[in-house]
Design a binder for this molecule. Structure first.
Ligand SMILES: [Zn+2]
Length: 157
């Protein structure tokens, strides 16, 4: 299991939860970013790629930083597509609630509770059985595949 390593000052903000905590199940920790899986029963295949240092906006990163981080986002997306065959992948960077740069990478299915609306909208339906049991790849295997894919990018990012 990877261990969460908070950023060091001056990149650390004590009032920010993504500086203090991993923010979910830690899948991979690199020097400048980490990949976590959100704990969301409605959307079990919901990953986040989090920049390690506290910056709020995408344009706070250098072009090289942006390219490296987007490579990680793309690698997570590719694993979700290959492992789950989702209806759609949703990518988003909002940060309205936690203004610490992170990308959401979410596998969406036409049967999920909010489809086709964003995951932050009101639910459209109840999903039974639970979404996690509908995934064609179990979450531990999915985490392992995501970790393997992004580890290949760690030195360059
Ligand atoms: Zn932060």
């Amino acid at each position: 299991m990877p261990v969460f390593q908070p950023p060091a000052p001056p990149d650390f903000r004590p009032d920010c939860e993504l500086c203090r905590e991993a923010g979910g199940t830690l899948v991979f920790q690199a020097a400048r970013w980490r990949v976590i899986r959100a704990q969301d029963a409605s959307f079990p295949a919901f990953y986040r790629v989090v920049w390690r240092a506290h910056v709020a906006e995408w344009s706070d990163l250098s072009l090289a930083g942006q390219a490296g981080l987007m490579g990680v986002v793309g690698a997570v997306e590719r694993v979700l597509r290959d492992a789950l065959a989702p209806t759609k992948i949703n990518l988003a960077s909002l940060g309205n609630v936690v203004p610490h740069l992170h990308w959401h990478v979410i596998a969406r299915f036409d049967w999920d509770s909010h489809f086709p609306a964003p995951v932050w909208a009101a639910p459209a339906r109840e999903v039974v059985p639970a979404p996690v049991v509908r995934l064609r790849t179990p979450l531990p295997e999915l985490d392992t595949r995501v970790a393997r894919a992004v580890a290949a990018l760690a030195p360059a990012a």
